[in-house]
Write a protein that binds this ligand. Structure first.
Ligand SMILES: Cc1ncc(C[n+]2csc(CCOP(=O)(O)OP(=O)(O)O)c2C)c(N)n1
Ligand SMILES: [Mg+2]
Length: 557
């Protein structure tokens, strides 16, 4: 067996269904010959880690991507950085040039390990082909366990041989023992303290972050908030853990919160934070914990406890297991001194939420043209509805989609979102991987024209694999977010696009369907047509002229 053939088979044995990369990488070459594994061949290596992240987020499996030596590996860096920031378990496996000619000017020799070290949990070189399975297993083990994250492995040609064939190696069956996800529960004494606080709290809130999603803690989170009658909010990474149609749902926290969530969060006496690092965007730069409120923080990593706010009780453990421990203890105790106050507060919340839904619907009921982003987002939410994967981007106008109830992540739905680096383009290519991973869901990416232009090179990929997803391009002919800051600070800007491509035309030229929305009245029919075409396997680009409305970030500060 050849080494890359063995690697592809180990990836499959791990349970992974897709590998992402340019077709020149040896992993892609052998993925094509590995039963059960699908190599998705891209136009640009830079897309690969983003697509692997989207796959991982929706499948719970590690994402795998690769690239050839030198510039191929260099192109992976931004996506791997995003994965590192988002604790996304990626295994990146690449070839590197021979060590025997190190420093002598070998073609595409460069310090790949040096590039990958700062953006991975572990970066290693295979020195002995006999230990190949050890390295691959170690890579998956580290990616999946403790705080998950990306790892990088490289196989030099003097160890693995030529990248298309390689040295035949004697690899015995069974080839590989898959790495497993190990979970620990929390310290019972701390769980007990946390339960005392939760039962006594009169105005508590629960916040789910990406860590709760990574743990697959949705059922336990739902059971606990229902048992206690505690409203919940999410970070972007935790969004979708419970449907936002649930009576206890507040929407998002921090920069992305709505007015009802703001008023609620400002008056809480206890925050149960599960799998969130309470980072700057999630907390208005650490201002959102009300004075005197208690903090119970649950995280898989001790390093995250007290990173900024010091918890009153910090529990290290798998989010799902710790939530189950809390739930069991709550059920055993029976007495909940804060229960009546909490129930009264929930009745008030229901009325406020109904009013918010009405206000938002009225605000979006406009025929203004260019179409305000908030209306576009609201209409997308209504047409795509339940069973939809929302794929987020990083611009200012698509950020309206972060705001429930402008967009509602409803029943049987999910959200693929970026992490704290907010690398433009992740959502644009992530949508294609989302559709591959969740073929029976609708998939919609709401993106700005800037981010879309960075990664529209993968439109032919979507057409090739018939991934029926829709990109709604909020086109304001500018890098709107920095434009706003430039205009309001120095008074001029360098962010307007003086030449803007015809996105619908490009989409058609790439084998997708493309349509420019010419007036306010044709937005809804265009979305309905997109959904219909998506169901037939046709990817769709909708070019929607919009403006620059930054009021979302201000209204609930
Ligand atoms: C790779 C990368 N480069 C730069 C940025 C900084 N940045 C954040 S939003 C933005 C502009 C996005 O423009 P567009 O996608 O058109 O969205 P708009 O703000 O216009 O709605 C930029 C440059 C980033 N997040 N990622
Ligand atoms: Mg723009």
């Amino acid at each position: 067996m050849y080494p890359w053939e063995a690697i592809a088979r180990m990836v499959r044995a791990q349970g992974v269904e897709f590998t992402f990369g340019l077709g020149d990488s040896p992993l892609q070459l052998y993925a094509a010959r590995t039963t059960g594994l699908r190599g998705i061949n891209l136009r640009y290596e830079g897309s690969a880690p983003f697509m692997a992240m989207a796959y991982s987020r929706l499948s719970g499996m590690p994402g795998v991507c690769s690239a050839t030596a030198g510039p191929g590996v260099a192109n992976l860096v931004p996506g791997v950085l995003e994965a590192y920031s988002g604790c996304s378990p990626l295994v990146v496996i690449c070839p590197s040039v021979s060590q025997k000619t190190e420093g002598m000017g070998e073609f595409q020799e460069c310090d790949q390990l040096g590039m990958m070290r700062p953006v991975t949990k572990w970066a290693a070189r295979v020195h002995d082909i006999g230990r190949l399975a050890w390295y691959v297993r170690r890579a998956f083990h580290l990616a999946l366990n403790d705080q998950p994250g990306p790892v990088y492995l490289e196989l030099p040609t003097d160890v693995g041989g030529d990248i298309t064939h390689g040295y035949p190696v004697d690899i015995e069956e069974p080839l590989y023992t898959p790495a497993v996800r190990l979970r620990s529960s929390g310290d019972p004494a701390l769980v007990s303290q946390a339960v005392d606080m939760l039962l006594a709290a009169r105005r508590p809130v629960a916040i789910a972050g990406n860590g709760a999603m990574l743990s697959g803690a949705g059922e336990a989170f739902l059971a606990l908030v229902e048992a206690l009658g505690v409203p919940f909010a999410t970070t972007p990474g935790g969004r979708g853990i419970i449907s936002e149609k649930h009576p206890l749902a507040l929407g998002l926290v921090g920069l992305y919160r709505n007015t009802v969530a703001r008023d609620h969060l400002k008056s809480v006496d206890l925050v149960l934070a599960v799998g969130t690092r309470n980072e700057a965007f999630q907390t208005h730069r650490w201002k959102d914990l009300p004075a005197g409120a208690k903090l119970v923080q649950v995280d898989v990593s001790a390093a995250e406890l007290g990173r900024n706010w010091l918890p009153d009780v910090g529990i290290v453990g798998d989010a799902g297991l710790v939530l189950r421990q809390l739930l069991d203890a709550v059920r055993l105790r029976g007495t909940q001194t804060g229960r009546e106050d909490r129930a009264r507060r929930l009745t008030g919340l229901a009325g406020l939420k109904t009013q918010l839904l009405r206000d938002v619907a009225a605000e979006c009921d406009t025929d203004e043209f260019p179409i305000p982003a908030k209306r576009v987002v609201h209409e997308v939410s209504s047409v795509f509805g339940d069973s939809t994967v929302l794929v987020n981007e990083n611009g200012s106008q698509d950020s309206w989609a972060y705001f429930h109830p402008f967009y509602t992540v409803g029943d049987d739905s999910a959200c693929v979102t970026v992490a704290e680096q907010t690398c433009m383009g992740m959502g644009v290519v992530g949508a294609t991987a989302a559709k591959l991973t969740a073929p029976s869901s609708n998939v919609v990416c709401i993106t700005g024209d800037g981010a879309f232009q960075m990664y529209l090179k993968e439109l032919p990929t979507a057409a090739q694999y018939r991934t029926g997803c829709t990109w709604v391009v909020l086109n304001n002919s500018a890098l709107g977010w920095p434009m706003y800051y430039q205009n309001t600070s120095v008074g001029w800007n360098t962010t307007a696009f003086e030449v803007q491509p015809d996105f619908a035309g490009i989409a058609r030229a790439c084998g997708c369907h493309g349509r420019k929305v010419e007036n306010a009245g044709s937005l809804r029919p265009a979305l309905e047509e997109a959904l219909r075409l998506n169901r037939e396997g046709t990817p769709v680009v909708l070019d929607v002229p919009t403006g620059l409305d930054m009021s979302h970030f201000k209204r609930a500060e």
